[in-house]
Ligand binder design. Structure first.
Ligand SMILES: [Ca+2]
Length: 384
């Protein structure tokens, strides 16, 4: 079990400390409600917005070696009868051609953890952008991202080229999700998914779906048995925080060693994140978002979440002129954020929507975008 938390050799090349330490359960990732129709996102969720706790910077030396606190195993009243667990095991075994007794034994080996239930039940604060942004756009996270990019430029740019996505977006996602692999989660994924799938009625269906998928991952040739995988309290795994359905659909064996390792293989990690973006429609070289300062009398368009249901030209005609030069035929929509100096209006494009497929919060998407820009700028400078 310990072995899967080992950082890739590359990690030692850059002193990563992180801003999200202590937010196990996922940084931004674990805090957002997934729409009922969109189960394949990489991160799992509970409510719109950010980390429950603002990032407490952790001293570089201390945290890595600190053992995870013991999470008490509680004797919870069964929300599901043993029959339900047996039915589940039978169905999963039949579907995956697995041994039913083994599936059942694995399920029964799971430890229901009160800490997981506490984590997912914690009310999320709906932070405005002005309070959310400073959590992720820290000097440290930018510098660490640039260092990570420089140290691993070859593989990051290879994956970006192969999958036709922006390299700085791959880096920013890994930075926001796990502070560049520093904080991938302390829970056994099996424990998390059994706890939430059988003891947390509000999301039981979703998490049982993920638990089912966990058992069916055999074809993905994961580097570790499913009962040894660790992740967030919501079962998100590795540097990119993939839940089992995302592993199934988007994880790749990018170093070609025959197995997928989202904890120790940097090629597999960056290749999988790149593939996630490619499969969700990233447009290579296209812009993500830009500010707009509406003209007087601008007519707000009807919005459909972050979906770019308008065009740049149509927004322009309504009085929303983009600050940057944009193709008028490009799909776009409008986003208003509560900034430090008051409301900020943004024209967001298809690629912004693609970022939001990783996590449904518009604040998350904007944080990833802005972090990516800062990292790219920093990484382009001569190494310090
Ligand atoms: Ca591999």
């Amino acid at each position: 079990m310990e072995s899967i938390n080992v950082k890739p050799a590359t990690a030692s090349l850059f002193g990563i400390v992180l801003a999200c330490a202590g937010l196990v359960g996922g940084c931004a990732g674990a805090a957002v409600e997934p729409p009922a129709t969109a189960p394949a996102q990489a991160t799992t969720p509970a409510t719109p917005v950010a980390p429950e706790t603002p990032a407490t910077p952790v001293p570089a030396a201390a945290p890595a070696a600190k053992p995870a606190p013991k999470v008490p195993v509680t004797a919870l009243p069964p929300r599901d009868t043993p029959d339900n667990v047996e039915d589940f095991a039978r169905a999963v075994a039949a579907e995956g051609g697995l041994d039913e007794a083994e599936v059942l034994a694995t399920l029964r080996s799971a430890k229901v953890q009160q800490g997981i239930l506490d984590a997912i039940s914690r009310p999320a604060e709906a932070k405005p952008w002005k309070d959310y942004r400073p959590i992720f756009l820290t000097d440290k996270r930018i510098a660490d991202g640039a260092a990570f990019y420089r140290a691993n430029r070859e593989i990051i740019e290879k994956a970006a080229a192969d999958y036709r996505v922006a390299p700085e977006i791959i880096v920013a996602i890994i930075g926001v999700e796990t502070s560049y692999g520093r904080n991938t989660g302390k829970y056994r994924v099996l424990d998390a998914l059994v706890t939430l799938g059988f003891h947390y009625p509000p999301r039981a269906k979703f998490f049982r779906g993920e638990l089912r998928q966990l058992f069916l991952l055999r074809d993905k040739h994961l580097a570790f048995p499913i009962d040894e995988l660790t992740g967030s309290y919501a079962g998100a795994m590795g540097w990119g925080q993939f839940i089992p359905t995302s592993v199934a659909h988007y994880a790749v064996d990018y170093d070609g060693d025959g197995r997928i390792d989202l904890w120790n293989s940097l090629p597999d990690i960056v290749g999988s994140v790149a593939n996630y973006f490619a499969q969700h429609g990233w447009i290579e070289g296209a812009p993500v978002a830009t500010r707009t300062f509406p003209t007087e009398g601008a007519e707000p368009p009807a919005l459909s979440g972050m979906e770019p249901v308008h065009t740049v030209g149509a927004l322009r005609a309504r009085g929303y002129v983009p600050v940057d030069t944009l193709d008028d035929t490009a799909d776009a929509t409008l986003l208003t954020l509560e900034g430090i100096a008051g409301p900020e209006q943004w024209i967001t494009l298809r690629n912004f929507y693609v970022i939001s497929r990783y996590n449904r919060s518009p604040l998350y998407s904007m944080a990833v975008y802005q972090l990516s820009q800062q990292i790219a700028a920093e990484a382009a400078k001569p190494a310090p």
